[in-house]
Design a protein around this ligand. Sequence first.
Ligand SMILES: NC(=O)c1ccc[n+]([C@@H]2O[C@H](COP(=O)([O-])OP(=O)(O)OC[C@H]3O[C@@H](n4cnc5c(N)ncnc54)[C@H](OP(=O)(O)O)[C@@H]3O)[C@@H](O)[C@H]2O)c1
Length: 211
Amino acid sequence: MKIGIVGTGHMGSGLGKLWAAKGHEVFWGSRDPEKAKRLARSVPANADGGTVAQAFAFGDVVLLATPWSAATYALKSAGPLAEKIIIDCTNPLKPDTIFELEIGHTTSAAEEIAKSVPRARVVKAFNTIFAEVIHSSPLFGSQKANVFYCGDEKQAKDTVARLIRDIGFEPVDAGPLKNARYLEPLAELVIQLGRGSVGMGPDFAINVVRR
Ligand SMILES: NC(=O)c1ccc[n+]([C@@H]2O[C@H](COP(=O)([O-])OP(=O)(O)OC[C@H]3O[C@@H](n4cnc5c(N)ncnc54)[C@H](OP(=O)(O)O)[C@@H]3O)[C@@H](O)[C@H]2O)c1
């Protein structure tokens, strides 16, 4: 699958490397195209880099891995997005602190992104997993870390579930895109546990156990 990735930071680099290693074609888009090219050269195969607009054009699936505050701005550089799947891993953190969300309960980052690109198919995913887990391993003993995803279009969700499974995580269907209103506060809990005074650090995942 052709995957464009907007953002070369912790999330974008980690997920792109894993997908490229599994044979997907990855194209990183950056505000600094040289930086994206350097990142692509650090990967053995299946990767290239350039501008943000090129990443949007390249991908059948495009991962949006920028700060929330930059996401809608980045989307403005996108050309036509009809039928493209946008994976939104952002969390709407306040600009000056990771310990508070800017919006929630009545809307979500994912819904606001979907409103700004009405012809694309937006799926929320990966927002509750620390980048450190992505860069190390999806496995905790024999258990796979769960990746919650939500969206309104079955085919787009199935594609994202496959991409989650391809890199060793366990996809958990969290329902319609509206449920991003609850996945984003869940991510804030993860941040509080990992980076706040509780002091768990980033090497954990929130998993569902069922009978
Ligand atoms: N880190 C985590 O553990 C984690 C976990 C789950 C979700 N998230 C969410 O995933 C998103 C990306 O997180 P991250 O940790 O990968 O962030 P990061 O390391 O800071 O990387 C974000 C990337 O976004 C790009 N960018 C575009 N416009 C930007 C702007 N105006 N200001 C700063 N960067 C801009 C930059 O790439 P270029 O310089 O190449 O343009 C930058 O490298 C965020 O919304 C975050 O809340 C993060």
